[in-house]
Design a protein around this ligand. Sequence first.
Ligand code: ZN
Ligand code: ZN
Length: 360
Amino acid sequence: MNSPWTRRFIYALLALAGVIAVAWVFQARLSVWVAQKVVAQRLATELKKELSDGLHVGLCGAGSPFPDDKRTGPCTLVVAGSQILVFDAGNAATRNLGKMGVNHGQIDAIFLTHFHSDHLDGLGELLLQRWVSTGNAQPAPVYGPPGVQRIVAGLREAYAQDASYRVAHHGETTLPAAGSGGEARPFEVTAQRDLVVYQQDGVEVRAFAVDHAPVHPAVGYRISYKGRSVVLSGDTRPSDAVRLQSKGVDLLVHEALSEPLVRLIGDAALQAGRPNVQKLMADIVDYHSSPEQAAQIAQEAQVGYLLLSHIAPPLPVPGMAKAFLGDASAIFKGPIRVGIDGDFISLPADSKEIRVSKRF
Ligand SMILES: [Zn+2]
Ligand SMILES: [Zn+2]
């Protein structure tokens, strides 16, 4: 009982209890100290300086309209050279971009693929943070097919009172009224005609029409920088335009919906006496792509990496990603991933390297 080991064990136990007691007594001060460090680090983060020169693509929202904690509404971040671009602004876009280290005030441009609400229900918040984070004097350019003017004008109206309060409270020098909201930059593409819609410091963004009928217009984007390229499919059923634009790109971010898993929800809804939900589940299948169809396009276009996003339905049980993929991995011979919020793919300039990491 009195052996040196027993004594040492008791001392260690007492010391541990002491540490816990001190931590308990000082928990408020300790937590503030930790929070201070986190805030200081967050505010000092400069994503563009942190990243190597190249094309970087992050999922600031890998989900769909389904409520899903791990995959929030559609949002894709592209950092290329000096440019920070955001494609679609789903419900958690602003928070997820912050977690990735983006200073919202430094966002150069926002692009919309189409006007389904899940792709823009975080846009108001994003425009607000882009304005207030650095006191931008110019509104954020918001690119999109015709109809983007209505979205931007509607949000301006919805946020008009808020903007006036903030200017009154903080002053015109800190928050110039002219910088609030967005500025619509509409462009028109057709099945026969794609278009370069943005060109800055070696970064090129090309828009092309996709097939999300009855949703018109709907577009995808191809972004290139220093020999690297990525295609974002937007929402679409399998599309020849996506296939053509993706030819030989380093990364294809393609939407994906699993028909068998969506049908499970439909069947459960019917059994639960909710025919409305069952009808929705039956309808959504026809204007999206399955993981296998996305894989087929990736294989035919010989892309370097296939990242599935706009994942529907949610995959709440571990192991479901495999069920979601179905035969996709056999169809596409390259690397394939079921995207999740925080995924980050780096394509260093003028190389063939593809680095996969998580930003949160
Ligand atoms: Zn969508
Ligand atoms: Zn859609």
